[in-house]
Design a binder for this molecule. Structure first.
Ligand SMILES: *Cc1c(COP(=O)(O)O)cnc(C)c1O
Length: 370
């Protein structure tokens, strides 16, 4: 088997979840585990979150919610977007809480059967991705009650919680106003929620009854000021091993494109992991580095689909040595934020991009004991 995998530390996730639970109390912490738990593996992450005090789970897709139920998770599961109409019966059968922002979706859900779990109504307060306007939301809530469908929650989503305080405050103000209008229309007893990780940390006045935290649970934070408010432990390590070594003369140009010459005679290590696994090809000419023996070494040439090349100079490296692409090794660390900065993106995209071809290995205790 190829000696490349993703190591996920479930104790780190438990610690992070417990930290957020304490931080937001008395509000509830709902764990966002969409996109296979941001690449960490949704079922183990959800179980670790459930063991550590999360009150609910959030996913993007119906099939993500079903997978959690099939694994035996019994917490409430919120779908963050409207389900497709053809999935309505499955949504209800698996007790997933659908988000709703169109009348047609509400009617389809009602027709699909008894809506036991209730619905979550999404109001657009400025993100302009999905959600109904304030006025539409009031109508929607009224109609739900008419149909005998419980409104479990009303929620919105921030566009710039990590960077723009005035706009986030404006979104919060619009949300509060909408909730008051819904209550004035005779609908009550719903929970309110607005905040993602950045909102939770930077806007304590916007916590509502629960927060929807994703990134922070994995030990990553959306902006530097967040790090002053909570301590988290990164849960992911991307690990491979040296599979081949060559001693090459100065001037050799390893890999596709022959882009860069070695400036001196050097040992070049081949490592069996590549862009098909989520190692950004852009790192080739953006000073990408890896850890071997706790030390940093630069990439030698272009990242290929299945393999990378590393210039280890005259270091004492042997075939089989562990190579860490992301995470810690000895005293060294390559955080996801470093890849993100070097490749003009955010840590979210880095960890979600770590591909399914790499097996996930879990450390830090079994899940599902509770
Ligand atoms: C992904 C997502 C979240 C979680 O965001 P983080 O920044 O990862 O905490 C919360 N709410 C919605 C609607 C989302 O799509």
């Amino acid at each position: 088997m190829r000696p490349s995998w993703v190591e996920v530390d479930l104790d780190a996730i438990r610690t992070n979840v417990a930290g957020f639970v304490a931080f937001v109390a008395p509000a509830e912490l709902w764990a966002v585990v969409k996109a296979d738990g941001y690449g960490h593996g949704d079922v183990p992450v959800a179980m670790a979150a459930a063991e550590s005090g999360a009150s609910g789970l959030c996913v993007a897709l119906v099939e993500e919610g079903i997978r959690l139920r099939e694994a035996g998770l019994d917490l409430p599961i919120l779908l963050l977007s409207e389900p497709d109409p053809e999935d309505a019966a499955e949504v209800l059968a698996w007790r997933l809480t659908p988000t709703v922002y169109r009348h047609a979706t509400l009617e389809v859900l009602r027709a699909a059967g008894e809506v036991v779990t209730g619905i979550a109504i999404k109001v657009d307060t400025g993100m302009h991705r999905v959600g109904a306007t304030s006025d539409q939301v009031v109508e929607l809530a009224r109609r739900a009650v008419q149909l005998g469908v419980a409104v479990d929650s009303v929620w919105t989503h921030f566009a710039v919680a990590e960077t723009d305080d005035p706009f986030t405050e404006e979104q919060t103000r619009r949300f509060d106003q909408t909730c008051r209008a819904i209550e004035a229309a005779g609908v009550a007893g719903f929970k309110r929620h607005l905040s993602n990780t950045a909102g939770t940390l930077l806007h304590p006045g916007s916590r509502g009854d629960l927060v929807r935290v994703g990134l922070g649970l994995f030990g990553l934070l959306p902006s530097p000021p967040c790090g002053e408010l909570i301590e988290v432990i990164p849960a992911m390590r991307v690990v491979s091993h040296v599979s081949y070594l060559q001693r090459l003369p100065a001037g050799s140009r390893p890999s596709y494109g022959r882009r860069r010459p070695l400036t001196a005679e050097s040992t070049v290590a081949t490592v069996p992991i590549g862009y098909a696994d989520g190692v950004p090809r852009l790192l080739s000419n953006r000073n990408g580095e890896v850890l071997i023996g706790g030390r940093r070494f630069p990439l030698a040439g272009t990242v290929t689909m299945d393999q990378i090349l590393v210039d280890v100079g005259d270091a004492d490296v042997v075939v089989g040595d562990e190579v860490v692409l992301l995470g810690t090794q000895g005293g060294g660390e390559i955080p996801a934020d470093e890849w993100a900065e070097k490749t003009d993106t955010i840590s979210y995209e880095i960890v979600c991009g770590i591909g399914p071809r790499l097996p996930r290995r879990y450390v830090g205790g079994e899940v599902g004991r509770a």
